[in-house]
Write a protein that binds this ligand. Structure first.
Ligand SMILES: Cc1ncc(COP(=O)(O)O)c(C=O)c1O
Length: 371
């Protein structure tokens, strides 16, 4: 029995008809770039997140970028974020001309450690971007308190956390803005590239709508230099269909995480994810930690069980950020976890049998010491 890391086909099959209808409607109305299907999805996603506004864009990277630019962040500014994330979080900061400043993460949730923020603040700090890694939200209250005291913007990178909660509030709705990726493999994934920013700040929303559309609010009346960061009509229509299924899919992921948790409980040398008491994890990624990561991944692959690594190199040690001069040991918690993470197969349609097989093979492999 093969266990793929992700099976997008299994998710597509039961909604095939709904998707075909949605695409057909876009074709009939030739509403390809932005337009009514994107506007409809924006309305629905705002209601889902519990925010007033949503700006749909072309990717999660663009979501972060228009949010930062919307707050006026640029050259000379510093933005605090974490090193254990996908590079896009830092890239968006860099592409605004600002500098990413990293703080280490919590060893249990792998999210921004609020106690580390103080030492990273400087007069140039303008914003904080906590990343809700793997589908679990960062501890937002202490982050918000620091931000309010220093008049900093908080931009949530919720790219991996559609529907996750913190003290009953949805990811993206707690900071000044929340950024989402709808990359196909995400909990809410488009059938191509897409992203969005959610906010309750009307001025920010207006600015981001112009930024994504060449700096215009009225066609050909460009107020400033923007960019083309619009969402496709077809992606908007597909996302509207898929959003209706998201709560059930997230529950499926949570159920599967609970099964993994039971089966892997007490296995020596394996650390399973912990759900923080303050929130609801949506398990975009089910990352365990083991000492001999490479041996485990290749032994599982031999059994046709396929894993991932998110992410093998923390951002501060990537060649792309060599210029920031962070050596090894700068952020020890992020570095240690990056060297041990293994992302097990995780998606809503994964069967109990498949999970049992992954757990059994994994236990057998870790029980045998490396020669
Ligand atoms: C935490 C995080 N931030 C940002 C992004 C960028 O999103 P996109 O690939 O849609 O540009 C991703 C996507 O993988 C992500 O996981």
């Amino acid at each position: 029995m093969k266990v793929p890391y992700l099976d997008l086909k299994a998710q597509y099959e039961p909604i095939r008809g709904e998707i075909a209808d949605a695409i057909q409607q876009v074709l009939e109305r030739t509403a390809f770039a932005g337009g009514p299907f994107v506007a409809q999805f924006e309305k629905e996603f705002a209601a889902f997140c519990g925010t007033k506004f949503v700006t749909g864009v072309g990717s999660g990277t663009e979501a972060l970028w228009v949010a930062l630019l919307g707050f006026g962040i640029g050259p000379g500014d510093e933005v605090i974020t974490v090193p254990d994330t996908f590079i896009a979080t830092a890239e968006a900061i860099s592409w605004c001309g600002a500098k990413p400043v990293f703080v280490d993460v919590d060893p249990v949730t792998y999210n921004m450690d609020p106690s580390k923020i103080g030492a990273a603040l400087t007069p140039k700090t303008r914003a904080i971007i906590p990343v809700h890694l793997f589908g679990q939200m960062a501890d937002m209250d202490p982050i918000l308190e620091i931000a309010r005291n220093r008049k900093l913007f908080v931009i949530e990178d919720a790219s991996q956390a559609h529907g996750a909660e913190y003290k009953g509030r949805k990811a993206g709705s707690i900071g000044d803005a929340g950024c989402f990726s709808f990359y196909p493999g995400k909990n809410l994934g488009a059938y191509g590239e897409a992203g969005a920013v959610v906010t309750n700040n009307e001025d920010l929303d207006k600015k981001m709508r112009m930024l994504r559309d060449h700096g215009q609010a009225k066609k050909y009346y460009h107020s400033f230099v923007g960019w083309n960061a619009r969402m496709d009509g077809i992606q908007g229509a597909i996302l509207s269909v898929k959003l209706k299924h998201l709560p059930v899919w997230n529950e499926g992921r949570r159920r599967n995480a609970a099964i993994y948790g039971e089966l892997l409980k007490g296995v020596e040398g394996v650390t399973t994810p912990k759900e923080a008491a303050y929130g609801k994890h949506v398990y975009h990624i089910y990352a365990i930690r083991v000492a001999e990561r490479d041996r485990l991944i290749s032994a599982l692959a031999e059994k046709d069980i396929h894993c991932g690594i998110h992410y093998p190199i923390p951002v501060h040690l990537l060649d792309a950020y060599k210029s920031l001069n962070h050596g090894k040991g700068s952020f020890p918690v992020a570095e240690k976890s990056a060297s041990q993470f293994v992302s097990l197969p995780m998606y809503a349609e994964l069967s109990g049998e498949q999970i049992a097989r992954v757990a059994a093979e994994l236990k057998a492999i870790v029980a045998v010491p490396a020669s």
